[in-house]
Design a protein around this ligand. Structure first.
Ligand code: FAD
Length: 342
């Protein structure tokens, strides 16, 4: 199949451990693609604590989640990793020894010599608001992410939430929608103050509606919503007519499809041996928070080490005829050439 993407290593998860694995693989001439459900790199560091300081990255006394992600991206740039964001890996099928076919929920197909599962705490998935029967509308007129803005052109939109996603999409979709309402439980927001100010300005100009309350039920047919019944904080109700609803109530982590890949698990974690962090399946490795072994610590620095050791074994699969000689980046001109510094 011509559209199949071929690569040496496929990394599932672009959290800190997946990102650093690109570096260790790159030094050994192993090319990598990364897939992540999020629309950005950094995993938990980017999604859960971008502004919090981390104090236990070796040699860096203090760095924020966002800062660490940026530093890792800079460090792996020479190796040209290819990212596939907003996609969830669904299936892994063995087609060789080792050779794998991997598919995503966006319909992409990859063929790779090895798989590195760096899936952290599992898939980030949107929190579903507690509205009875909402499942029937999901993916038909209720969406937890915006893949294509054009889909919402000329529609009556209801966006719910008070964080950055809710505010950013309110600002981006306001010019496209025929009518847009932002609904939030309270007056205070968890979003960037600049976005809140811009949203308030649009509301002031009458370009959008900003209302306080919570959706208590939906009306519609065949998955197509027609109105939301909203409860005000004083208990009274009113209706908002809408063609689509976008609830943004944050993300939670669930193991997700990792459970279906035939790997030996222990308490929802992938069992690995500690010489190379290979799983029970030859050619499938697991690093970072998703793996388990005696003494495992869920620390970023441990995931970095795991990636370095995994790369050594992966070299044997990708280059079965080549001998690997151990080298330091400080003194090896060959490594420095790969890094673009020699
Ligand atoms: P993650 O960062 O969890 O990234 C995994 C990625 O895989 C996610 O982006 C997810 O979307 C993606 N994914 C999962 N399944 C799939 C799939 N099927 N398809 C596609 N993508 C998938 N650690 C420290 O060392 N020091 C600290 O000070 C520290 N502070 C922390 C503070 C907080 C508040 C939290 C929550 C964690 C902290 N940690 C800290 C832990 C640290 O963040 C984790 O150890 C680290 O993020 C693990 O990295 P990872 O790359 O293994 O996975």
């Amino acid at each position: 199949n011509a559209s199949t993407i071929k690569t040496d290593a496929l990394i599932i998860g672009a959290g800190p451990c997946g990102l650093f694995a690109v570096f260790e693989l790159g030094l050994l001439d192993i090319k990598a693609h990364l897939i992540d459900i999020l629309d950005k790199p950094g995993g938990q560091c980017a999604e859960l604590y971008p502004e919090k300081p981390i104090y236990d990255i070796p040699g860096i006394p203090m760095v924020t989640g966002d800062g660490l992600t940026k530093g890792l991206l800079e460090q792996i740039k020479p190796f040209g990793p290819q990212f596939h964001f907003g996609e969830m890996v669904q299936t892994i099928e063995r087609i060789g020894d080792p050779l794998f076919r991997v598919t995503t929920d966006a319909g992409k197909v990859f063929e790779c010599k090895v798989v590195i599962v760096a899936a952290g705490g599992g898939s980030f998935q949107p929190k579903r608001p507690p509205i009875p029967g909402i499942e029937a509308y999901e993916a038909k007129s209720v969406y937890y992410a915006v893949r294509q803005m054009e889909q919402f052109r000329g529609k009556k939109l209801l966006i719910a939430g008070g964080g950055d996603s809710a505010l950013d999409w309110t600002l981006n979709l306001a010019p496209i929608a025929s009518h847009l309402t932002l609904l939030h439980r309270r007056q205070e927001f968890r979003a960037a103050p600049d976005s809140v100010n811009k949203m308030m300005a649009l509301a002031g100009e009458g370009k959008i509606d900003f209302v306080l309350g919570q959706v208590s039920s939906l009306e519609g047919a065949d998955g197509q919503v027609s109105k939301a019944i909203v409860k005000r904080n004083d208990g009274s109700n009113f209706e908002i007519a809408c063609d689509a609803i976008l609830p943004f109530f944050g993300l939670t982590m669930k193991l997700g499809p990792v459970a279906d890949w035939g790997l030996k698990l222990n308490d929802d974690l992938i069992e690995v041996e500690t010489a190379s962090f290979e799983s029970s399946e030859k050619g499938i490795f697991a690093i970072g928070d998703i793996n388990t072994y005696p003494g495992k610590l869920k620390l970023i620095l441990c995931g970095f080490h795991e990636g370095a050791l995994a790369a050594q074994k992966i070299h044997r699969y990708v280059y079965p005829d080549k001998k690997l000689t151990f080298q330091y980046t400080t003194s090896s001109t060959s490594l420095q050439k790969k890094l673009g510094v020699a």
